[in-house]
Ligand binder design. Structure first.
Ligand code: FE
Length: 335
């Protein structure tokens, strides 16, 4: 009996080794609109922890989605990582993502930061808030996004171009909250108040505010964090608007498992891991964003900007209303 049992145990012990090479789950292919510098540390950490190898391709959001669509069922991609709920919503509309259900993802990611139908999940939060020149504006002068359309800001407002999806999402959310007519009035007020043509990016907008060309604007907080890290002497501060009503407009960067994933289970496991403590720090801190998982504390610099109430309308609305937002901004003369 003994030798036989021993032999059987030895055989069982060898089984996992024998099967390991045929398991398809030890590789995942990721298409990422987040750049290599931000995602590579995450991939390395995951590979170190699990042995799963991650191949990746980085690119701009639009071309990456077009590529995924063109490749169809031949795509090597298992997971799409991209920024802005508008882009994730678009990917789901184009039919390139798979619906996934996961208790881990539901527990870790608040409902407003993920697709109600389960096609994508937010992984970091980017707040688009008000920034002002501390030598020219008192926080008490500010209240809301709508307020920047009032006469007191005539010739004092700077904005980024309406072509950027961040502003399209912001206006889309305002349509969802305030209605189209009211939102159009506000956007017309912004345009009337502009000190200069809209800027090509948030950093240039803040530099104009710091230089006194204008006094106030709207930016994503991570650009503020980056700029203040390199030029802490700039007279700029953040303001959290709409704290007595809907809260600050937030957007996400996030991910979805692809519809034709060859390693769908492995991709889902990785996505779940991305929503956990360790990955949330790596994902959010590297770009000075807020973790999507509310159990995870932001980077100390990000935390130093203070706590704020965020708008908990589902970020999917940004996608649904994006086309209407673009038309509205066009009508209002916001370039
Ligand atoms: Fe950005």
């Amino acid at each position: 009996m003994k030798p036989l049992r021993y032999a059987l145990l030895s055989l069982l012990a060898l089984l996992p080794l024998a099967f390991a090479p045929v398991q398809a789950a030890d590789e995942i292919v990721v298409y990422s609109a987040r750049n290599e510098q931000l995602i590579k540390p995450l991939f390395d950490a995951y590979t170190k922890e699990t042995g799963v190898n991650i191949q990746f391709v980085t690119g701009q959001e639009g071309p990456l989605l077009a590529r995924l669509k063109a490749e169809g069922k031949n795509t090597p991609a298992d997971l799409l990582i991209t920024v802005d709920a508008g882009n994730l919503w678009q990917a789901a509309q184009e039919g390139v993502l798979a619906k996934v259900e996961s208790k881990t993802l539901h527990d870790n990611i608040p409902a407003h930061l993920r697709d109600p139908d389960g096609y994508w999940y937010g992984l970091s939060v980017r707040a688009r808030t008000i920034v002002y020149n501390t030598q020219k504006v008192k926080p008490a002068d500010l209240a809301s996004y709508e307020g920047l359309g009032a006469a007191q800001w005539k010739g004092r407002l700077c904005l980024r171009s309406s072509k950027k999806v961040y502003n399209q999402s912001l206006v889309a959310m305002m349509i969802a909250r305030l209605g189209e007519q009211k939102t159009e009035e506000i956007v017309r007020g912004w345009v009337t108040n502009l000190a200069t043509e809209p800027h090509s990016d948030d950093t240039k907008e803040m530099e104009a505010i710091a230089a006194g060309q204008c006094d106030v604007g709207i930016v994503n907080t991570y650009y503020y964090g980056r700029l203040m890290k390199s030029k802490p002497e700039l007279p700029l501060a953040l303001y959290w608007p709409n704290q007595n009503d809907r809260g600050v407009h937030v957007n996400i960067s996030g991910a979805g498992v692809t519809k034709h994933a060859r390693h769908a289970q492995a991709a889902l496991k990785f996505l779940e891991w991305l929503s956990g403590d360790k990955a949330q720090h790596l994902f959010a801190d590297s770009n000075l964003e807020f973790p999507a998982n509310p159990q995870v504390q932001p980077d100390p610099l990000v935390a130093s900007w203070g706590a704020f109430k965020q708008d908990t309308i589902n970020v999917a609305e940004a996608g649904k209303l994006q086309a209407r937002a673009v038309m509205l901004m066009d009508r209002a003369g916001y370039k």
